[in-house]
Write a protein that binds this ligand. Sequence first.
Ligand SMILES: NC(=O)c1ccc[n+]([C@@H]2O[C@H](COP(=O)([O-])OP(=O)(O)OC[C@H]3O[C@@H](n4cnc5c(N)ncnc54)[C@H](OP(=O)(O)O)[C@@H]3O)[C@@H](O)[C@H]2O)c1
Length: 352
Amino acid sequence: MKEIAVPANQPDHTSPIPGAQVVVVTGASGGIGRATARAFGARGANVALIARGTTGLDAAGAEVRAAGGVALAIPVDVSDAEAVDAAADQIEETIGPIDVWINVAFTSVFAPFTEIKPAEFARVTEVSYLGYVYSTMAALARMRPRDHGTVVQVGSALAYRGIPLQSAYCGAKHAVQGFNEALRCELLHERSAVRTTMVQMPAVNTPQFSWVLSRLPRQAQPVPPIYQPEVAARAVVYAADHPRRREYWVGASTVGTLAANALVPGLLDRYLAATGFDSQQTSDTRPADQRANLWEPADGPDGRDYGAHGIFDGQATARCGQLWASHHHGLLGAAAAAGLAGAGALTATWCR
Ligand SMILES: NC(=O)c1ccc[n+]([C@@H]2O[C@H](COP(=O)([O-])OP(=O)(O)OC[C@H]3O[C@@H](n4cnc5c(N)ncnc54)[C@H](OP(=O)(O)O)[C@@H]3O)[C@@H](O)[C@H]2O)c1
């Protein structure tokens, strides 16, 4: 799938489209966040883009405008709670009250646990866990008084299942899942109309495999099957529109992993011990000059725009039948009630 071509000389206006949704996307300069921002732009939304790298942010803003939306790009490190809150103020002053806040920004270290330094582990936790916490705080501070709004946490199958070489990331994703579950109970307790939901993603072809700090000998890769970021973006947009469901699982691989982990976690430990090192690396040596985005954005000095897609376009699919099933579980449930026991069984497995 091709990236959207951006017309030259896009006006840099941020006048909000009256009546249109105001959507904040963190991690919008690349990968799933960038594809999600574009998807909301195509719906004519007022989209605020948060990340650090100005090359990626500017390009993402231009894509949102080309798609039909309004874009406000704000360089912010999500591990800085005050900066995130100040960005939320700027967004509300510039494009209006926030309707939807989508947390996507993250970083990681690809390495065995014993090769990760304490400061690196802390940094991954501060960005990938506390970044979601601080962003959710900024969103709720504005949504709860209005009793309106939705927070979408972009998660992973690894929010439930740890895998080798990604200990800091798995810890952060488990933590997001736990804090979001607690928050959801609190919002239900106070009968708030503010919603929070989480979308657990499969492997996606994004730049992370080229810019996450890696100590692996070979090039990091998503574990197949690999989906294109537009699949993930469709799932996020749907979740933002239907936030009453507590969680969405994207891709048959996510369903399989989470089901196997619930049923036979010990067997999965052994399977991942045997396969998880090779399946996360290609046969190519890791490029010696590969940049790392742990402490600062990777798109800096040479102004390179990494885009939404990673380097695995040849292996990634833009289709996901399971997504349709997940989004139409009511229909499948009705079919089951009508006597289609097979369809009923699938619905129960695929949808929560
Ligand atoms: N790709 C996958 O296979 C996969 C699978 C499951 C779940 N997910 C989830 O999907 C989400 C996005 O993943 P992705 O693969 O699209 O990631 P990605 O390509 O690495 O993009 C990460 C985004 O986060 C931003 N970011 C990183 N550190 C930041 C910081 N300190 N402050 C603000 N922004 C920061 C990056 O921009 P800057 O560097 O410019 O700041 C970039 O926009 C993550 O939450 C991940 O857990 C991905």
